[in-house]
Design a binder for this molecule. Structure first.
Ligand code: MG
Length: 235
């Protein structure tokens, strides 16, 4: 649009065109100073949930060996003792190198934020299934943008930014949860809105819950492994 058409419109809308500002210092902000942290893996302000040695941060009985923790079929989920709201979560996962089953029965597990909102873990390397249930899907809600999965038996990583839902005092959703997810460093979920609990059957709906809830890893009967799990609280 040409400027001579835009300017009268802006004037009519009551939008004042500022004079060009000549002093760069007028727009320089000096506070608050961001905290200094060491960016090493993990960052110095992260809570380490699993460093390869023990499950002291968790409730559940999975197998710790060679720096990894592996699902024990039938043992149930692994759940953090601490509770979290808004987080940045790093977690590495590996589906079995010996491929068994197909579709949802191949390397299935899941990373559940607040025990309710699942980022699907699945062997999605040359393994067809419904796309809102493949690796990196917000289960049954959001299809990943791309599929950057590695072959079975190879370590992969999720970097998850999760914003918890906000509920009003009467239990209504004031602000739905959101996910941003990188799989192996590649953006696969870009600030998507969570529609409710990531249920397998039926439409998702929100159930009221606390501002902070545990992180949970799913026992879906497949021996999926995890390692290098750390989390940064965002609020
Ligand atoms: Mg799953």
């Amino acid at each position: 649009m040409k400027l001579r058409f835009v300017l009268p419109f802006l004037a009519a809308a009551g939008i004042v065109m500022c004079q060009p500002q000549s002093d760069p210092a007028a727009t320089a902000v000096w506070e608050p100073v961001p905290p200094i942290i060491n960016p090493g893996a993990p960052p110095s302000d992260a809570i380490v949930l699993f460093d390869g040695t023990d499950l002291s941060e968790w409730t559940g009985d999975w197998n710790v060996e060679n720096g990894a923790v592996t699902v024990v079929a039938g043992a149930g989920s692994l759940t953090t003792k601490r509770r979290f709201g808004d987080v940045q979560l790093h977690i590495e996962w590996r589906t079995p190198s010996v491929v068994e089953g197909e579709g949802q029965d191949r390397g299935n597990s899941g990373v559940f934020l607040m025990e309710l909102y699942e980022v699907q873990v699945l062997d999605s390397y040359e393994n067809e299934t419904y796309v809102n249930g493949q690796a990196g899907a917000i289960y049954k809600q959001h299809i990943p943008l791309v599929n950057p999965t590695r072959p079975p038996g190879v370590w992969q990583s999720y970097d998850i930014i999760f914003m918890a839902p906000r509920f009003s005092a009467d239990g209504n959703v004031e602000l739905p949860a959101t996910f941003t997810v990188l799989l192996n460093g590649v953006l696969i979920q870009n600030h998507v809105t969570v529609l409710g609990t990531t249920v397998n059957v039926g439409e998702p709906v929100y159930e009221t819950h606390a501002a902070k809830e545990p992180i949970m890893l799913q026992d879906h009967s497949n021996p999926v492994s995890y390692r290098n799990i750390w989390v940064r609280e965002l609020s």
